[in-house]
Each structure stands twice: as C-alpha cells, then as structure tokens.
Design a protein around this ligand. Sequence first.
Ligand SMILES: [Zn+2]
Length: 354
Amino acid sequence: MKHTHETDGMHHGGRRKRDHRSWLIVLLVGIGVTAALFMSVRRQAKSPVGGNQAMAEVPRRYQADRAMRYLQQICQLGPRVTGTREMEQQQRLLEGFFQAQGAAVTFQQFEIRHPETGENVPVSNLVASWFPNRAKRFLLCAHYDTRPFPDSDKRNPKGRFVGANDGGSGVAALMELAHNLRDLPADIGVDIVLFDAEEFVWVQGRDPYFLGSNFFAEQYVSRPPAIGYQAGVLLDMVGDRELKIYYEANSLKYARDVTRGIFETANSLGVDAFVQRSRHRIEDDHIPLNEIARIPTVDLIDFDYPRPGFGAPSYWHTEQDVPANCSGDSLATVVWVVHQWLLEQAEPVKARGN
Ligand SMILES: [Zn+2]
C-alpha cells in the first residue's frame, strides 16, 4: 500500500524533519507513558492472580499457534510476486485449504504487461465463498502478492522480500478466520477475496498499485452479483508483534460506520490493540472497493511496524519483514475482533413462544 501521511502529528522513522515543538510532544508523551506504565503496574500488583480485567485474553477457538503456522507456511514458499511459480504454489495451497473449510473457490484472472520486460503476466484474484445466496454478504479481503524487492531496506534494497507482515499476515489471518465460516448465523454469507498485484511495483512512482482490487471492483460494477456486499474488511499488516491498529483516515472517510463498528466491537471485548484514534492516511486495496465498487470497506492496518515513535526502526518493505517479527497472538486477536463483529451483523434471533 501507499502511505500518504500521518494524521495525528507524530512522525515515524523515515522522517528527518524535527522541531522543538515535536521534542516537547515527545517529552510530554514520555511522561504520560511513564505514568500510565506506573499505574498499570500498580493495578496489576493490586489485582488478585487472574483477576486483571484490563487484559483481554483471546478465546481458544482463535488459535494463535495455528495462525502463526499458516504464516510460516506461506513465507516458506519464498517471495510471492505476481506471475511467479511461488505465487502459483500459494494459489494451489490456498485453493485446497479454503475448499477444505467448505468454500467454493474461484479465480478471477486477467493479464497485465510486465513494466520491466513487457511480457504478459497472469494476475489472479482468489475468491472463496461461503453461503453466497444469503441476504447479508460480507467481503473479507487482503492482498496475497509480495513486492518484488525490499526497496526501503537501506542495506539491501534489491534483496529478498518474503513479506511476512506485508502480504502474508492478511492471508494467514483469513485462513484462521475461515475455520469459523461453516457455521455462520443463518442470514450471513462471506466471501474471502485475496487480491493479486497489490504492489507489482518495480519502480516507485511509475508502476501502478492495486491492479487486482481495481479489476475486482470494476467487475463488481459491470457484472454485479445477485446479492451485493453489505460491507468489506481489508486486512493488511496485522501480524506485527507489537500490534496497534488505529483508525485509518480513508476508512473513516468512506466507511465510517463499518470502521467505528469494528473498533466498538474491539473495545467491548477489551482488546486494547485497537485504538479509537486516527493516525495514518493510507492508500490500499480498499480505495477501489470504496470508490469504484461502492462497498463500504475498512482497512485494518498497523502501519507502525514494529512500533510508533521517533527513531523507531521500520521493517516495512525491508528484509526484516519476516515471521520472527510477527506474532500469532496478533493474528488471533484480529481474527477474534473481525469474527465477533461479523456475528453482530446478524439479525437477532427472535425468542420462541412470543
Ligand atoms: Zn507493501
């Protein structure tokens, strides 16, 4: 995805310009964090063993270890650049996996020209459907291609990029979520869609992003399904070990109710990794879904990888974007929130005997 700018005045590692006011903010934030830490330590010390209400524990049905194994399995294929053998291997793996979870799997295929060689490159979105005839359909999506190179890596910008968080985490989370899709409420249907060619970008500024999601959105308009989607949820970079997901500004702009709804669900579950504050504005696959297909779609993304703050390292588009910097707990947390939100979208079952 493309990052346009931060919305809350904090800067990340890539920015060099700092002024005195910023340092004052750092100092104040530092004092605040210290105070908060002190208070949370005191609270934990006071509460009886196991009685700490502040920590939300992910229910066992959302399995962190299993989600992490999916992430490793995908990354073991190697870089999964659009049109490569490794991408094809991933497609076969996922096709079998989602079918085993009860989905009907199809591929939405088209071709593009390789921006470097001019050759034709096959592009293929994966669509896994559960209960497509139900009244309320939801779109859960992620991109499953990886960027050709870790071009933000200062040491080795032409090195090997396996995209554990950026490209792998959304897929692994949706695999874990798929275990819950056989028994959805009676009025709910789900499509998991994995977009190809989100970042088939060989030269930054020259090559277009979001080719798969653009194609999907255009098809949705030109050949609309019998029952359209109520809403969409895009997962991107949800595997960070230090998970913090803020409101993403474009999601608030296009899909305010969906965005707030999901963060409300997280809040009610006590998941503090979801922060009800806007932080980044990001261009991602949700833009064509919102602008072209008019599916109100939220981007759940932790762009601060590993963490926000001055001078913090960034693993984004570097060789450091590996499974070791991701966590199954983060994946399971996101799966929990999205699944619970999905269940909340069902019509309440009427009590019998009234
Ligand atoms: Zn990326």
